[in-house]
Every structure is written in C-alpha cells, then in structure tokens.
Write a protein that binds this ligand. Sequence first.
Ligand SMILES: Cc1cc2nc3c(=O)[nH]c(=O)nc-3n(C[C@H](O)[C@H](O)[C@H](O)COP(=O)(O)OP(=O)(O)OC[C@H]3O[C@@H](n4cnc5c(N)ncnc54)[C@H](O)[C@@H]3O)c2cc1C
Length: 305
Amino acid sequence: MLTRSALIYLSRKEGLKEFAARFSLFKKLTTRFIAGETIDEAITAIRELNSHGCTASFDHLNESVGSAAETEAEVREYLDVLAQIDATGIDSNVSIKLTQFGLDIDAELAYQNARRIVEDAARRGNFVRVDMEGSNVTQVTIDIFKRLRSEFGLNEVGIVVQSYLYRTENDVRDLLKIPARIRLCKGAYNEPPEVAFPEKHKVDENYVRVMQLLLSSGTYHGIATHDPKMIDATTNFAQREGIGKDAFEFQMLYGIRRDLQEQLARDGYGLRVYVPYGKHWYPYFMRRLAERPANIWFVMKNLWK
Ligand SMILES: Cc1cc2nc3c(=O)[nH]c(=O)nc-3n(C[C@H](O)[C@H](O)[C@H](O)COP(=O)(O)OP(=O)(O)OC[C@H]3O[C@@H](n4cnc5c(N)ncnc54)[C@H](O)[C@@H]3O)c2cc1C
C-alpha cells in the first residue's frame, strides 16, 4: 500500500511524470483535478464555475523551476492570464508559487518576477495569492510576501499559511498586524515532526484556532478546506460572533467536493475554486492522490482494468 509520504516523495520525481504521461489513461484521470493544459481550457472551466456562483483562482502548474529562462516564461504566462481574465470578463484572481519564479535559484529573482505579476494585477484591479510550499521555504516566502505587501495594497497581494506547522499561529499574529489577507489550509507537503504536527487531530485543532484568529481580525481571508468539520467550525464560529457571510470566503480545489462547493455558494457563502492547469501537472496530481487513499484505488482500478 502506498502511503501519503511515499506518494509525496514520488511527486518530486519529475522523471516519473514522463513515464506516467505515456499512458493516455493516466492523463485522462488527471482531468478530475486539472482543468486542462492551456489557458483556454482553464477559462472554460472557470466560466462553468462562475455560472454556479463560484469565483476562481488560476494556477499555472509548474514548481521548482531550475532556470532563469523558464521563470521568464512563467511570468509571461501569468501576464497573459491576467490579460485574459480582463478580456473574457471571468471572475478570477491568480495564485503563484515562488519556486515557479526562481526561488530555488535566487530569492531576489523570485521577488522581482513575483513583483511584475503583482504590479500588473494591481494595475488591473486584480489580486495575487502567494501559495505556501515546503517548510524549507516558509520563511523566505513570508519575507518576499512582506516586501511585496509593503509596496502593494491589502487587496492586491495575499499569502497562505498551513495549520500543520507549529510556527503558523505566531506567523498569523505577525501577518495580521500588517495587515495581510491570508488563505488558511492544512498543508500538503511531507514535513518532519520537528516542524509540523504529526497527528491529524492536532492539525485540525490548530486549523480551528487559526481560523478563529482570522475571522476575528476584520480582514477578508480565505478558509481553504474540503473538511466538513472545518467548514462547520467556521460557519458556527461566524454565526456565534455575528461575522457576516461576506466577511470571508471558503476555498476548495478544482474537482474536489463539487457538491459541497455548490451547496456553500447556494447558502450565500463566497466560494473560490483553485483551478490548476498546464503541462506540469505531475507533482500537483500526486499530492492530490496522497490526500485520500480512495483516490489511489480509483487510479489503480482504472489503470489495471
Ligand atoms: C484553495 C486551496 C488552496 C491550497 N493551497 C495550498 C498551499 O498554498 N499550500 C499547501 O501546502 N497546501 C495548499 N492546499 C492543500 C491543503 O493544504 C490540503 O492538502 C488539502 O486541502 C486537503 O486538506 P483538507 O482541508 O481538504 O482536509 P483533509 O482532512 O485532508 O480532507 C477532508 C476531506 O476532504 C476531502 N478531500 C480532501 N482532499 C481530497 C482529495 N485530494 N481528493 C478527494 N477528496 C479530498 C475528503 O472527503 C476528505 O475526507 C490548498 C487547498 C485548497 C483547498
């Protein structure tokens, strides 16, 4: 049986992607979680989401980019996405990963590249979310975000925190002072017990603690989860504290719990769907498999049929 950590380990083996991509069936299975390989396919998916009352966030799949030339291509892709959002009138912002813009090569390069995206988004009245990656880059990601936030507005750039990290509650208290718009998620990477809660119930307890800090802050944040327990804790806390449905939004991943996405939107909550697209789908796809054993069985069954 493949464990969560084994799958996350395999997600970092790009060579396996080439192997997996040869099976057209494997690629077909990815369409459950990935909107397509092109901007146009992502736009079609987002139009459909918008028609169900959900907003979106574009994610061009690529991470741990290894050359400055490749980071330049990523910047161009995002500038194109921002232009297409305006041209098509779809309701979407964008999410970026700093390793996609060169964080593994040079932090200054990643900052300069991210800055170009945030500047263009700000000019267009749009918003950029800086995703959070592995704990080896947590601090530098926060540092770059703070630099961007000192130059751009609250509604122009935001960040992500992960409830599995011990440090997160302190990071949130610190970020709220700026203030900053924050997406709260549980965290999707393999982290050692020195930095992250190994027990799921502690990750969940921390999630609820941080969610309460966010909702009480008066700033608009994103509560990113598919976990009905986290969603109930959020709606109950908001009702108890008299916090309006429009004071925050829920966020979910493309293709996961569509029923819940549409239900929350019908109930009057803001619901943003993270829409990944692009050719470099392998690591993202493997992390999604790792999150739920049933997903692995679904893939196995179909590959061996
Ligand atoms: C909008 C958004 C943005 C994110 N951004 C980041 C980020 O920047 N950095 C980061 O580290 N992580 C990010 N994540 C991923 C996140 O950290 C979790 O790995 C992921 O959301 C699963 O956690 P959960 O809260 O859904 O709870 P879990 O306890 O993992 O799952 C609860 C329930 O949700 C459903 N579910 C969850 N995952 C899946 C799946 N893959 N397939 C099918 N059903 C599933 C199942 O019913 C499961 O029982 C993001 C998640 C979302 C929704």
